[in-house]
Design a protein around this ligand. Structure first.
Ligand code: CP
Length: 318
């Protein structure tokens, strides 16, 4: 059974198939053709954290595939009353795929280990394969083919998105330069780092100029974790860590000046939500080289490809 968790399990050919599927499904949608490849199938979407793009893209994607998506906010379920392993086994009896935005990647891995239905890690503390694959689709479109993408620069904090993007990019033969003063410690996966590092394509450097020079794409993500905030305010217990991160990461902001000085041809990316004035400046979001909103839209097309691929239907489409 297929699962999409860290992308460690996927081969280069799997990644290329997912890209081709997403491009094909997107093209057919743009031509006004139906893309209802998953009739009568149900996607269960379990969220232990908030979301805009992930919920929208999977739910709209499943509708366009002719199936149905059920949104489960963990706070309104019985998960807190019982053993996770019992509740998740029951949940997986109600659909054909589980998409799980979990506090802990270990719980996603536990769910997948039952091999009852394909499982997607929809942004745990360690991985975000749906984002990484969508970002590669956006890069492929902007460059005119994934083989034309030579170098990605990642600025700011190393985290769940950079982990999966770095690994997938390295598997595809793309150089990844990371200019990050530190990694989110909960995101670190030594095995993933070893697999990506073994390609010889990953370079970590504190030097912004070195990271950005010759980059085709410059990408960043929030320096803060979702759990630091409640109703848009920093929770008191995370205030000192929030302020420390502001000081440490400020020199690694993605802004127009840095891009124009060191990588004037690079496209600007952010997986959103953007914290304007922190990891990214307003002039970078609105820059002529920004492809941030194409990147957001491509979540829809890649999520459809992932759902089709997980149910092993790609041969009926390609
Ligand atoms: N990038 C991303 O996963 O967005 P959401 O948190 O809004 O789902």
């Amino acid at each position: 059974m297929r699962h999409l968790i860290s992308l460690k399990e996927q081969t280069r050919d799997d990644l290329l198939t997912l890209l081709k599927l997403a491009e094909t499904i997107k093209r057919r949608r743009q031509a006004g053709e139906p893309t209802n490849y998953l009739p009568r199938q149900t996607l269960i979407m379990l969220f232990q954290k908030t979301s805009t793009r992930t919920r929208l893209s999977f739910e709209a994607g499943m509708t366009e595939l002719g199936g149905h998506a059920i949104f489960l906010d963990a706070k309104t379920t019985q998960f807190s009353l019982t053993d996770f392993r019992d509740e998740i086994q029951a949940v997986m009896r109600f659909g054909q795929i589980l998409m799980f935005r979990a506090q802990k990647a270990a719980d996603v891995i536990t769910a997948a280990a039952y091999d009852r239905v394909p499982v997607i890690d929809a942004c745990s503390e360690k991985y975000h394969p749906a984002q990484a694959l969508s970002d590669l689709l956006t890069m492929s479109e902007a460059a005119g083919g994934i083989e034309k993408v030579k170098k990605i620069a990642w600025l700011g904090i190393e985290n769940n998105v950079s982990n999966t993007l770095m690994l997938a990019a390295a598997k595809l033969g793309i150089k990844v330069a990371i200019a990050a003063p530190e990694a989110d410690k909960n995101s670190v996966d030594p095995e993933l780092n070893a697999v990506a590092g073994a390609t010889g394509l990953v370079k970590r450097t504190p030097d912004l100029a070195e990271a950005l020079t010759d980059a085709d794409f410059v990408h960043t993500d929030t320096w803060m974790n979702m759990e630091f905030f409640e109703n848009g305010q920093v929770r008191p217990e995370f205030k000192s860590e929030y302020e420390r991160r502001l000081r440490v990461f400020a020199p690694y902001q993605l802004n127009a000046e840095a891009v124009e000085r060191y990588a004037p041809a690079a496209r600007i990316m952010h997986c959103m939500p953007c914290h304007v004035g922190y990891e990214i400046s307003r002039d970078a979001i609105d820059h002529p080289h920004s492809i941030i909103f194409d990147q957001a839209e491509n979540r829809l097309h890649m999520q459809k490809a992932m759902l089709v691929w997980l149910l092993e239907k790609e041969k009926e489409i390609l």
